[in-house]
Structure formats: structure tokens, C-alpha cells
Design a binder for this molecule. Structure first.
Ligand code: NFS
Length: 642
């Protein structure tokens, strides 16, 4: 706790952590402390719970589970199961957005398709016959292709993978036999392979991991990101203010939280309507503030410059300001602790997704297959949220007065445009004005001081001339730290600083929510193609400093499959340092570091030989930055770039 309070870079988070502790309001930190010591087996993926003979723990005394599974098999099964759990989550997100396109195209959902450019692009890439068809008809056909990528049960190819994956990678994946059928099929197959009496060959599970990651990448990530662009448009950069201080005592404050941006778009429309604005005045508020959390926040930030407040681990802290009248949540990363804090401050919690219910919350669900009541329901949500202002307990308000300037909305197109095209970015990379491009992304974990790793690593990278892209919870850390404002060019190396100042951009580009990691991936793919080399040879890296959610596993492996190495902080589901197991080991410290086949596979030659990328793990952010810099340097030297 002392570490968190001392090292957390955002002054506002620190203030809220102290304030809530003083008030005796329970947060993740209290529960984290109560859980200590955490199980050393679980920490390293050595606990097998895939049948009811167990649970089995792999140790020196008992090197095999009851069924005979050894360490490699247990660890690998746990990793690939986590990956497909994340795949399922992003898949459900993609499903909702894609279905909404169909409903909108058929006139049942009241949305006008704003991403015309993306519709025609995808239609062409998927080689659809568009002759004589209007936008709605073509969008619907595109949506059905995306749905097929989510659910196909026979051999591919997947539309999206065919359309966007680089040729050199397709050949590698074909040779490895890891081309996927679809998101749903690979979830099914992974659970099948890892159940009791399933696959006993961990290397086959490693292949299934790559296969699942490709389904994850091309179906659920590309699918969600591009389907959202079809519905709501392709973001453009804009300047705004973020952080806890955007909440205003004399305004209605509504936080939106989760991942799917569909219903929240409608709610936003209603909030801006004269009726709801008038209602706000009637209840005595000066206006309405909408603030974003997690990936729903990122989506609204990117498209409309709606201020973001915080990420997954800040959700309780934001409610702890006592100034939030309502929090509207859709799907994923909404922790049960949110409601505990909400109840302490009388915050109205409104759930909008049938998959994400919270006991005691007001439930007004959005059903993408039956959107007839969408407008009415969105209005209801807006009304409840605004009316809640009158009930607010004003004695409990404590808003940290910290706001931070930020520039966000860096879509793939926006990045290319601002630099003047892929060729120009490649030129800057070659001459060393930009040393490399690293995407720093992912969640938070209570295992490291809150947001410290994200911010420390990124500061070091831009100091070394590395351009950074970011999404998800990491982006909130960097946004609130001021690293996404053009003024942050100050902290960059002299050449990167000069470049950023000349273009008026920050050295850290917030590209959107986690599904928008595909924007960075597309950029990486284009740049490697332009350079005429394999993606694995480029000075790029994927960094997840504070991994938390199962969804982050597939993010990393997606980039690995493309030849982009990963650096992950502690704790990764990859078991490092891997124990040479001691008898009766109980805690983290009791287990000696050692080497086994799985670590060798990810961090050594195994995976590298297959895809040209490996996983580095480094829990200490300054050392992590050093490792990243060395990786970039090695790639540059091999290319003959100074
Ligand atoms: Ni990504 Fe979004 Fe955050 Fe982690 Fe959750 S918000 S999809 S999973 S916790 S970065």
C-alpha cells in the first residue's frame, strides 16, 4: 500500500486512495491485502482445475496431476484457456456491434452508418459484388462476412485474415498449420483439447494457441474495431481534457464504462437532447458531464473527445469522489467492487448488457437483435442518471482538482495522414528520427504500484526516440500522465521532439480501446511491406506492463504470431520465473526460479523459430525499458539502419 501511494504517478488517484482509506471504504487494495499470500502454484499456472479429479498442483513431490498431466501440459493448458476466454469476450463484443450494423442497414436500429469509407473498403477487400447496391445493402453483406468469421464451423479462409494479413505471414501460418476457422470454432476446439483426457502434447496446444490468437486477432479485434468504424465513423485526432478533475460538483456527472460503444452512443445522443439538458437544469444542475472509463471511455474519447477519467483499477476511485450521479456499464471489466463503492455514495448503477448483470443495479438492457426500444431505453437511462443528481449526498463530495490536456483519436488513417503516408514514416524510421515504434497497452494489476510501470516505461521509451501507440487501460494511465498531449514532446529525444513539434502531435498516440490494437498492427504490417522485409525484422514491439485480464493474453500472442516480440511485466500467465519446484512450496518466495520447456518455448528458441518473435518478461519498469531499447537497437542494426 505504501508503494502504491508513493509511486502511483497520478496525483488524483493517490488523493482518492487516501481519501477512501480514511473513509473506511473498501477498495481493491484492501481485498488484495486480504488475499496475501497468494498461492505460488496459481501464480505460475501450476494449478490444474480442468476436471473434478483435482484440483492438482504440480510440485517436486507430485510432478504429475492425477490424470498424468505434467508441468508443461498444465501450464500450457492454462495459458491457452485464458486466451480463449479473452477471445470469447472480444467475440461477444464484436457480435453485438456487427448485429447492430445489420439492424441499422435494415432500418430496425435507429443509426445512420457513419463509416461509409470502411464499408466500401471492406467490400472491395472481401471481393463482394457491389454493383448497383447502396451503402446499406453493402454494409449488410460486409456484416455477414464478419459474422461468418466469428462463427464458421468449416475450414476457412477467414475473410478478414485473407484481406489484411501480410503474404509472408500467411505462408508461415499455412506451413505451421495454424490458420483458424473462426472465433467460435477455436474456442470450442481449445476447450475440447484441454479437457480431461484431451490432448497430451503441449506442443500441439502451443499450435492451438497461435491458431486461436489468429482467430482472436482477425475476427474479434479487427471485427469489433472495423464494425464500430462502420457504425460510428473513423476517429480523427482532437484535443480535450481528461482525469478526475473533469467531474464538476455543480453538474450532473455520468460515467460510462465497459466496452461496447453501441447503446452508449444513443445515450449520449439523448443526454445532448434539449429535453434532458432541460431536465438537468430542473434538478438544479448547471449542466451534464459525461466521463469515460475503460474501453467504452476510449471509444468516446476517440470519436467525440469525451473526457476519460480512469481505467479498470480506478473505477472504484472515480465513484469515491461522491460526485458521480450514475455509472452506466455495458460489458466486461466492470468489477463487483464497483457496486460496493456505489452503495457507499448513493451512485445509481445502470447495467445495459444482459451478460453483465449486477445485483441491485437498474437493468435496462440493449438487445442487438431486437433494437426496437433502443431510443426509448436510452432516454430512460439518461433520465434516471440526471434525476439521480437530486439525491446526491453533497457532504461526501471530494473531487481531485486535476485535469490533464490530451490529444486522442489516432485511427490508422489519422496516423498515416499526419505523417504524410507510410513511406514517410518508413523514411523517418530508417534515418533514425524515430528509432522504433512500440505499442504499450493492456490492463492494470494490483501487483505493481498502480500505473507506475506504464508511465515509467513510456517515459523512458520516448526519451530514447521511440514512438509509442497505446490503447485500453494503459492509455488512461498515459493520458492522465499528460504523455498524450502535444506538449509531451518535451520529454522525447531531441529528434523525436523536433518531429512531434513540427507536426503538432504527441510522442504517445492514443489509438482507442483494446480492440483497436489492430490499428497499430495495420500500421506495422504496412511499414514492413513498404520496407520489403518480414514484420519480424522491423524495430517494433508489443508491451504489456501490467497484464491483468484474460483478454490481454490474446493481444500479445496476436502480435507474436505476426513476428512482433512481446515484453510483459509481472505477473504474466507465462510462468516466470519458472520454479524448480520445492516440496511443500506455498508462496512465491518458496519457489526457486528455473527453466522449463514452456519458458524456453516463449522466451527461447521454440516460438522464435516458428514466427520470429519471442516473449521477454521484466517486472521492473526501468529494466523493461532497457530491454525494449536493446530489442529495437538489435533490429535496427540487423537492417543496417543506424
Ligand atoms: Ni483491455 Fe478494455 Fe482495461 Fe484490460 Fe479491461 S478495459 S479490453 S481488458 S482492464 S485494458
Amino acid at each position: 500500500r505504501e508503494d502504491v501511494l508513493e509511486l502511483t504517478p497520478n496525483r488524483a488517484s493517490k488523493e482518492m486512495l487516501e481519501h477512501l482509506a480514511e473513509q473506511g471504504v473498501e477498495t481493491f487494495l484492501d481485498r488484495f491485502e486480504a488475499q496475501q499470500p497468494q498461492c505460488g502454484f496459481g501464480l505460475r499456472g501450476l494449478c490444474c482445475r480442468m476436471c473434478q479429479w483435482g484440483p492438482c498442483r504440480i510440485s517436486e513431490k507430485a510432478p504429475r496431476g492425477i490424470c498424468g498431466r505434467d508441468l508443461n501440459l498444465v501450464v500450457m493448458s492454462n495459458i491457452v484457456r485464458a486466451l480463449v476466454a479473452g477471445l470469447a469476450a472480444h467475440g461477444r463484443h464484436a457480435h453485438e456491434v456487427i448485429l447492430t450494423i445489420i439492424e441499422a442497414a435494415e432500418g430496425r436500429a435507429n443509426f445512420k452508418l457513419k463509416g461509409e469509407q470502411r464499408v466500401w473498403e471492406l467490400a472491395e477487400k472481401f471481393q463482394l459484388d457491389t454493383q448497383g447496391k447502396d451503402l446499406s445493402a453493402v454494409a449488410k453483406e460486409v456484416a455477414f462476412c464478419l459474422l461468418e468469421d466469428l462463427g464458421r464451423m468449416t475450414a476457412g479462409p477467414m475473410y478478414m485474415l485473407e484481406a489484411y494479413a501480410p503474404q509472408e505471414r500467411k505462408q508461415i501460418w499455412k506451413r505451421l498449420g495454424v490458420l483458424p476457422r473462426s472465433a467460435s470454432y477455436e474456442v470450442m476446439e481449445t476447450l475440447h483439447m484441454t479437457t480431461l483426457g484431451g490432448c497430451s502434447d503441449w506442443t500441439a496446444l502451443a499450435e492451438q494457441e497461435l491458431r486461436s490468437a489468429l482467430a482472436y486477432c482477425y475476427s474479434t479485434l479487427f471485427g469489433s474495431s472495423m464494425a464500430t468504424e462502420i457504425l460510428f465513423g473513423i476517429p480523427k485526432p482532437k484535443i480535450t481534457q481528461v482525469n478526475y478533475g473533469v467531474l464538476k460538483e455543480d453538474h450532473v456527472n455520468i460515467l460510462v464504462h465497459g466496452h461496447s460503444p453501441v447503446m452508449v452512443e444513443k445515450i449520449l445522443e439523448k443526454i445532448n437532447s434539449p429535453e434532458i439538458q432541460e431536465l438537468a437544469r430542473t434538478v438544479g444542475a448547471k449542466g451534464i458531464v459525461v466521463g469515460g472509463m475503460c474501453c467504452t471511455g476510449d471509444e468516446l474519447l476517440a470519436r467525440y473527445g469525451i473526457p476519460t477519467v480512469t481505467n479498470i483499477m480506478g473505477q472504484e476511485l472515480a465513484l469515491g469522489t461522491g460526485a458521480v450521479d450514475a455509472v452506466v456499464v455495458d460489458m466486461q471489466c466492470v468489477i463487483p467492487g464497483l457496486k460496493i463503492v456505489a452503495d457507499c455514495f448513493g451512485t445509481e448503477v445502470i447495467t445495459t448488457c444482459n451478460s453483465n448483470r449486477i445485483p441491485g443495479a437498474t437493468h435496462i438492457p440493449f438487445d442487438a437483435e431486437n433494437p426496437a426500444n433502443l431510443d426509448e431505453d436510452a432516454l430512460k437511462v439518461a433520465r434516471i442518471a440526471v434525476e439521480s443528481f437530486a439525491k446526491r449526498d453533497r457532504s461526501k463530495i471530494r473531487i481531485p482538482q486535476v485535469t490533464t490536456k490530451a490529444m486522442a483519436g489516432w485511427s490508422y488513417e489519422a496516423i498515416k495522414d499526419v505523417f504524410g503516408g507510410t513511406g514517410e514514416i518508413l523514411r523517418l524510421l530508417r534515418e533514425g528520427t524515430i528509432k522504433g515504434i512500440v505499442t504499450v497497452v493492456g490492463c492494470n494489476t494490483p501487483k505493481v504500484p498502480y500505473e507506475y510501470n506504464h508511465v515509467t516505461i513510456v517515459r523512458k521509451l520516448i526519451e530514447s526516440g521511440i514512438l509509442v501507440t497505446t490503447t485500453g487501460c494503459c492509455s488512461h494511465a498515459l493520458l492522465n500522465a499528460g504523455l498524450c498531449a502535444p506538449e509531451a514532446a518535451e520529454y522525447a529525444s531531441s529528434s523525436l521532439k523536433e518531429l512531434c513539434q513540427q507536426l503538432g502531435i504527441p510522442p504517445v498516440l492514443a489509438v482507442g480501446g483494446c480492440v483497436d490494437n489492430t490499428r497499430t498492427l495495420r500500421l506495422f504490417i504496412d511499414l514492413a511491406e513498404e520496407a520489403g522485409v518480414s514484420l519480424a525484422d522491423m524495430p517494433f514491439m508489443f508491451v504489456g506492463p501490467e497484464p491483468g485480464n484474460e483478454k490481454t493474453v490474446g493481444q500479445g500472442v496476436s502480435f507474436l504470431a505476426h513476428g512482433v516480440s512481446n515484453l510483459v511485466g509481472f505477473p504474466a500467465p507465462i510462468p516466470v520465473p519458472v520454479p524448480k519446484l520445492k516440496e511443500n512450496a506455498e508462496t512465491h518466495d518458496d519457489l526457486d526460479p528455473g527453466i522449463n520447456d514452456i519458458v524456453d518455448f516463449f522466451g527461447g528458441e521454440g516460438l522464435y523459430e516458428k514466427v520470429g518473435a519471442k516473449v521477454f518478461t521484466e517486472p521492473y519498469p526501468k529494466l523493461a525499458a532497457q530491454t525494449i531499447r536493446m530489442h529495437i537497437r538489435r533490429k535496427r542494426l540487423a537492417l543496417g539502419w543506424k
